[in-house]
Design a protein around this ligand. Structure first.
Ligand code: ZN
Length: 148
């Protein structure tokens, strides 16, 4: 399983999984992909980056990947800042993107839906991956003028 670098594979909205278990199976695949080669540098990966179509991504926190299933941003800081970030689907390119300072992410865990707050760099990972699952990548942000 490889990370796609084809923009056409990324330009669509992923759909929610029906069960937590289904999400975990996908998250495990994403973690395995990040164990090899240059993918070891990844801090997050979304399902459509490996040609999937489900609303599942992984995000690194304290050196460990965590699964985020059926996630959505339910609140975000008004304050935004410029963050220089790369993308595993567009290797070796770094762009300044505007991001919220903090976000509240609602997502499915074993016991149901929970909301967690992320700040700083971690907040950027979540915004980047949730954008991916909505079909938004760095190229859209360039069109919006969000990248300088
Ligand atoms: Zn990306």
């Amino acid at each position: 399983m490889r990370i796609t670098t084809n923009i056409k594979d990324l330009n669509f909205k992923c759909s929610d999984v029906e069960t937590y278990e289904q999400g975990i199976i996908i998250a495990k695949k994403l973690i395995i992909v990040c164990m090899f080669g240059n993918n070891k540098n990844a801090v997050g990966l979304a399902h459509n980056q490996i040609r999937g179509n489900k609303n599942v991504y992984i995000a690194k926190s304290k050196n460990t990947f965590r699964p985020f299933i059926n996630a959505s941003i339910v609140d975000a800081s008004e304050e935004i800042f410029e963050h220089k970030e790369g993308c595993m689907s567009f290797p070796n390119k770094y762009n300044s993107v505007t991001r919220h300072k903090w976000v509240k992410v609602n997502h499915l865990i074993k016991d149901g839906y929970v909301t967690e707050t992320f700040t700083g760099f971690e907040a950027c990972i979540h915004q980047h991956e949730i954008d991916h699952l909505k079909g938004i990548d760095i190229h859209h942000k360039i069109k919006e003028g969000a990248i300088k």
